[in-house]
Design a protein around this ligand. Structure first.
Ligand code: AIR
Length: 198
């Protein structure tokens, strides 16, 4: 383990207790990568975790190293800004930011780093996510947030993988395999449907 990885691991350990209860996943998942950039999975509240963990599961499936943290653009603005400012230096290549309601987390991340930021607007609240969708996607010119669907945690991870795969042939191969697997599943479903109709 490199010094950087050890330092990152300590950070995750410090925040790990936030994930202990009822997550169904270990409180941190820091998987060995071959010098690959890490993905940061940031969420505005522990109430986002039941949906956001799908992003972590997908990153794990691709063996992409990642950290998951709870930070809020409103409740912990300094922490969120500091994380984004230091993310490139800390070895991250992509930031995924999930938040609901007045969802400024992804935008706040994007304001403080030139790393690509992927926003996940979370469903919930009085407007059931429409507020989060608009707050995440409607960024001012010059400060993009690549916004996935409401609760689109899995796609956020796949998009992060696609970004990292630009410079990583092995990861690109895993993405190709995942696509082939998806197509094979559809072919199986189609065959089943036709057999039922016959
Ligand atoms: N949130 C947290 N800080 C700022 C915002 N917008 C979001 C969380 C969560 C929602 O508010 O990302 O989706 C509700 O959070 P909580 O903690 O009240 O359950």
């Amino acid at each position: 383990m490199t010094t950087g990885e050890r330092a990152g691991r300590k950070d995750v350990d410090r925040l790990g207790s936030l994930f202990l209860l009822g997550t169904g996943l270990p409180f941190y998942l820091l998987l060995g990568g071959n010098g690959m950039k890490k993905v940061a999975v940031i969420m505005g509240s522990d109430s986002d975790w039941p949906q956001v963990k799908a992003a972590c599961e997908q990153l794990k499936a691709f063996s992409i190293p990642f950290e998951a943290h709870i930070m809020s653009a409103h409740r912990t603005p300094e922490t969120a800004a500091a994380f984004a400012k230091g993310a490139r230096e800390a070895g991250f290549g992509v930031i995924i930011a999930a938040a609901g309601m007045a969802a400024h987390l992804a935008g706040a991340m994007a304001a403080n780093t030139t790393l690509p930021v992927i926003g996940i607007p979370m469903k919930g609240g009085a407007l059931d996510g429409l507020d989060a969708l608009l707050a995440t996607v409607q960024m001012p010119s010059g400060l993009p947030v690549a916004t996935v669907a409401l609760n689109g945690a899995k796609n956020a991870a796949v998009l992060a993988a696609q970004i990292l795969a630009v410079e990583d042939a092995a990861l690109a191969g895993k993405l190709d395999a995942a696509r082939a697997d998806m197509a094979a599943q559809i072919a199986g479903k189609e065959a089943k449907l036709q057999a039922e109709l016959a």
